[in-house]
Design a protein around this ligand. Structure first.
Ligand SMILES: [Zn+2]
Length: 461
């Protein structure tokens, strides 16, 4: 493999910012320093641009199918979109498998498909959808397959009940699995949805009202309490969306409990008034829903101060056409989920760094280093130290774009951030030393992405 030398850029990591060249040899970071030279290397001029560890998005659904609906991407288009957006590694949350299937089933099915299609590296989460003695035994097989985290849902068909959650947490503590949670109170949501149905309140805005903030806060508080009962076992809250939920997390962290949180750009940037947009309101159907401005402000603060550790996307690109066809007469029938893997870095830079909500180094930390650490990808991913994978994004902090579906590589027919002017966009994305995207072109074949066997969770710092 040809060596790569990135010249004249400003290297930005979670810890430091320095003017230096970066050398990748054999797919691995070899050196950083002034005026590096390497005969025969592919030289990339990054003058005026940032050179950062590639983005790590630890919450995607690139290959999800739910009932009659399937996301529009698949692993090829989904990871191409990731690469266009400066992300070099994703960790996929598989959907629920066939009823009664083993814990390994969805991991194996997704691994096989992903390995043939991905253009960036990938890992897989486990998913709990029922519990029996076999499931608990299988947790150790997950870990030996490099799947060091598993998700429990507190809502949807495959949700677990509290006694089952306690059993999983107990086994997770023994084996070292990081348990991730979709935290919403299922019964309250069902109750409210039924009430809205009875009252013929079926417009998109009732989607948000059917999943109020206290549903999330209650679920988070319950999860933390169970983790505490089991013996302070680490838990990871995916797509945190409310100030009330954050309060529960911060109270636990203040008591020294290992509770980690992830936030998504949609909960930092969208507000629930979006559901009132005529027709387009259905675009934003997702769970948790868009919240209030006060929630967004609290989440930004948590991200800055460190009580929120990770920015991921929950990328789940059901088409607007499907959402509209099925949801126009009843919000609850629209498939839930939005695309976002391609716009995460530009949005977080433009809205986070340039709006002085987070520092430049904190930006790199939350989109790359901290998720890599928590999900057992570090030190291969999430940093530019010698020996790390040559996963690099060259990012032009002055490039301006207005987000529209037309300028994106994703396969979805809309973007929830359409019309937004952002400043800062990736220009080159490199995975293990190979240029995957340059000047808006995909440069590798399907299958360049490798499965990454993940190690145990490391604390973010
Ligand atoms: Zn998700």
């Amino acid at each position: 493999m040809q060596d790569t030398l990135i010249k004249n850029g400003l290297i930005v990591t979670a810890d430091e910012t320095m003017q230096a060249d970066l050398l990748i040899v054999g797919g691995v970071i070899a050196d950083a320093g002034e005026a590096l030279d390497r005969p025969g290397a592919n030289v990339i001029d990054a003058a005026g641009q940032y050179v950062m560890p590639g983005g790590v998005d630890v919450h995607t659904h690139l290959n999800l199918a739910v009932g009659q609906f399937k996301v529009s991407d698949g692993f090829f288009d989904g990871t191409a979109a990731a690469a266009f957006g400066g992300t070099t590694c994703v960790v996929e949350h598989p959907s629920f498998g066939p009823e009664g299937c083993s814990l390994m089933h969805q991991v194996q099915v997704n691994k096989q498909e992903a390995v043939e299609s991905c253009v960036v590296d990938f890992g897989l989460h486990g998913v709990f959808q029922h519990l029996n003695s076999q499931t608990l035994d299988e947790i150790s097989s997950l870990l030996s397959e490099g799947v060091s985290s598993g998700k429990i849902y507190l809502t949807y068909g495959g949700r677990l009940q509290d006694p089952q959650i306690l059993s999983v947490l107990n086994q997770a503590k023994r084996s070292g699995l990081l348990t991730a949670f979709h935290a919403e109170n299922h019964d309250i949501i069902e109750f409210l949805c039924q009430r809205f149905k009875d009252e013929n309140k079926l417009a998109a805005k009732y989607h948000a009202q059917s999943r109020p903030d206290y549903c999330e806060a209650e679920a988070i508080y319950r999860i933390i309490s169970m983790a505490q009962a089991v013996g302070n076992v680490p838990v990871y809250i995916v797509h945190l969306s409310t100030a009330a939920g954050l309060l529960a997390i911060e109270a636990a962290q203040d008591r020294g409990l290992p509770v980690y949180a992830e936030v998504c750009p949609q909960h930092l940037l969208l507000e629930d008034s979006c559901y009132e947009e005529p027709e387009k309101g259905l675009q934003y159907i997702m769970a948790p829903p868009a919240r209030k401005a006060v929630d967004g402000a609290a989440l930004w603060k948590g991200l800055k101060q460190g009580s929120i550790n990770v920015v991921a996307t929950d990328h789940c690109s059901f088409n607007f056409a499907d959402k509209f066809t099925h949801g126009k007469n009843d919000f609850s029938r629209a498939p839930g989920g939005i695309p976002g893997v391609e716009t995460r870095l530009p949005l977080m830079f433009s809205e986070g760094v340039l709006q002085n909500r987070i520092s430049l180094n904190r930006f790199v930390e939350v989109v790359s280093t901290a998720p890599a650490r928590l999900m057992g990808l570090f030190p291969r991913k999430g940093n530019l130290a010698p020996g790390a994978d040559g996963d690099v994004v060259v990012f032009d902090p002055n490039m301006e774009k207005v987000i529209t579906p037309n300028i994106l590589r994703q396969n979805a027919d809309y973007s929830p951030f359409e019309g937004r002017l952002v400043r800062g966009w990736p220009t080159t994305t490199i995975v293990r030393g190979r240029v995957v995207v340059q000047q808006g072109r995909l440069m590798v074949e399907k299958g360049w992405g490798q499965y990454i066997s993940r190690k145990r969770c490391l604390k973010p710092r």
